[in-house]
Design a protein around this ligand. Structure first.
Ligand SMILES: Nc1ncnc2c1ncn2[C@@H]1O[C@H](COP(=O)(O)OP(=O)(O)OP(=O)(O)O)[C@@H](O)[C@H]1O
Ligand SMILES: [Mg+2]
Length: 267
């Protein structure tokens, strides 16, 4: 690409890759109250995008709309080559299997081992009945679960009950369970919240590693500006359900981001 714009984009560290997510006119209201207002944006594959904004600006609602955990009111979502809003129940299940989600609260089963929790993650990629899961060779599934635990640095805690692991270790088990899905896209809603600074950083580095080393795409929410700056390629900012900031992370700094929160209309 030799156009001045392409050159400027490359300079800014954003390479032009195929869009993995394309959102057009996405709107969401709850009981007539507008939460998301006609959002339009596209994300390139193999990139980490940070979504920032004040409490209540609509970040989590946007993530949920993308996989229809809450139904959008209007607009179009194309993700991983699928017209998401047009999917029927079975297609939606197959689509969701390709999208790994990391929440602040991870919903692990507390009284069983880390390994068993990760093994359960395989069910998310099975779109058929439960019996299909049971038909998988247990040894193969366990071996894959072990390699997912290795990926998050917890192979040595495989047999430990989850409720005796630290918060950071539990979050890593949740990421390992999500990896059992073999996702292509990861949505992470404040994966670093309620973790100490060091552990929060490790979890974010782990997620970015999945982008850099495994070629996954990541859309993540964090309230920690230093994480936004260190672990993303691009920053989208929401203000009352509208995108009011969209810039390559290479061009952003903490002062600008603070200003975005103070004066969200004029970043
Ligand atoms: N199920 C729901 N029913 C009604 N209103 C909702 C529902 N879920 C979210 N909202 C409202 O939508 C708005 C946006 O919420 P959302 O959780 O998306 O914000 P957020 O940007 O993720 O905030 P935070 O930083 O606090 O997590 C809020 O005003 C919230 O009260
Ligand atoms: Mg939220």
């Amino acid at each position: 690409m030799n156009t001045p714009l392409a050159h400027a984009v490359e300079e800014a560290g954003v390479t032009a890759l195929a869009p993995v997510l394309s959102v057009s006119g996405l709107a969401k209201s709850y009981d007539g109250r507008v939460i998301l207002q006609s959002l339009t944006f596209a994300l390139s594959e193999r990139q980490s995008t940070a979504l920032i904004g004040a409490n209540g600006s609509g970040k989590s609602t946007l993530l949920k709309c993308l996989v229809r955990l809450t139904e959008p009111t209007a607009g179009r979502i194309d993700m991983l080559g699928q017209d998401v809003r047009a999917l029927g129940p079975n297609e939606l299940r197959r689509f969701r299997a390709q999208v790994g989600i990391v929440w602040q609260r991870h919903n692990l089963v507390p009284r069983i081992s880390a390994l068993s929790n990760v093994v359960h993650g395989v069910q998310a990629r099975m779109s058929g009945p439960r019996s299909w899961f049971q038909a998988l060779a247990p040894a193969t599934v366990r071996a894959e679960a072990m390699s997912c635990l290795e990926r998050v640095g917890l192979a040595d805690r495989a047999m430990t009950r989850v409720d005796s692991l630290s918060g950071g270790q539990q979050q890593r088990v949740a990421i390992a369970r999500m990896l059992m899905q073999r996702p292509a896209f990861i949505l992470a809603d404040e994966p670093d919240a309620s973790l100490d600074p060091q552990t929060g950083e490790e979890v974010m580095a782990l997620l970015l590693g999945l982008v850099r080393q495994d070629g996954l795409s990541l859309l993540m929410i964090s309230h920690r500006l230093e994480h936004t700056l260190r672990f993303s390629d691009r920053i989208l900012g929401l203000t009352q359900g509208r995108i009011t900031l969209d810039q390559p992370t290479a061009l952003a700094n903490v002062t600008d981001l603070r200003r975005f929160f103070e004066h969200p209309e004029t970043p």
